[in-house]
Design a protein around this ligand. Structure first.
Ligand code: ZN
Length: 248
């Protein structure tokens, strides 16, 4: 058996962290974990950047899809919020711009994309449900991305539908979220029903078998044991726990 020791701070890190108005970001991403996406000025968390590049290649989108906004510092998020308040008013800003420290963009795991056109709206880029943009949506889940803010989930996410905002959560979670039509908030509640000391979720996705379970973070270190020969991933949730993913 393999034994993993988790510290309380580790629960604030990983692909699956939930960042919203109820769960502000607890840690700043260190600059060495960020990469410029291709030749753009958009920064992303390293793995997110790499996988997005592979996804772009898989759909051969060339320059027809443009990265508009990726990683933002707290200062940048504050500026965007303030300037949107001034230009667009409170109603619009609350719908489309997350409060400073409550924005997924501060994690480096989120990207706003636009169809390449002459003028691109920074806050609400145009990313239609057709053509190359829809080809991106069809492939994104196997690469670990989800469309984060869906129209039907506004009451849960607290953000209006944003068909241009994509979030890296990692495979197979992306495919499970899509198959169940969950918001990330709902998915983490669902995974919470499969505790380490109970029944684990055993599921087949894209012909691969996975075992997924949840471990609550405690104030002190927690230890989790599982068969050592299995490839695994662990991510904090930023909601007080960890999600373990084993490749069976
Ligand atoms: Zn966004």
């Amino acid at each position: 058996m393999k034994s993993i020791t988790l510290t309380p701070e580790m629960a604030f890190r990983g692909n699956l962290i939930l960042v919203n108005a109820d769960h502000p970001l607890r840690e700043t991403v260190s600059p060495d974990k960020l990469n410029y996406f291709k030749s753009s000025e958009v920064l992303l968390e390293r793995k997110t950047s790499l996988v997005l590049d592979n996804l772009f290649k898989a759909i051969s989108c060339g320059a027809s899809i443009v990265p508009v906004s990726g990683y933002r510092t707290l200062e940048e998020q504050k500026e965007i919020y303030a300037s949107s308040l001034e230009e667009n008013g409170a109603d619009f800003t609350q719908k489309y711009v997350a409060l400073p420290n409550c924005s997924e963009h501060q994690t480096g795991l989120a990207i706003d994309l636009a169809l390449n056109q002459e003028s691109i709206d920074f806050i609400r880029p145009y990313f239609p449900r057709e053509g190359i943009c829809e080809a991106f949506r069809r492939k994104m889940a196997v690469y670990g991305f989800i469309e984060r803010y869906q129209e039907s989930k506004e009451g849960i996410t607290g953000i209006s539908a944003e068909p241009w905002h994509f979030r890296y959560v990692g495979f197979p979670h992306s495919s499970l979220i899509q198959a169940h039509n969950f918001a990330l908030e709902e998915y983490l509640d669902y995974i919470g029903q499969f505790p380490y000391e109970g029944n684990h979720l055993k599921v087949q996705v894209e012909n691969k078998n996975f075992e997924i379970f949840y471990q609550k973070a405690e104030n002190c270190q927690v230890q989790v044991e599982f068969p050592g020969y299995l490839p695994f991933q662990v991510s904090g949730t930023n909601t007080g726990g960890f999600v373990f993913t084993l490749w069976r």
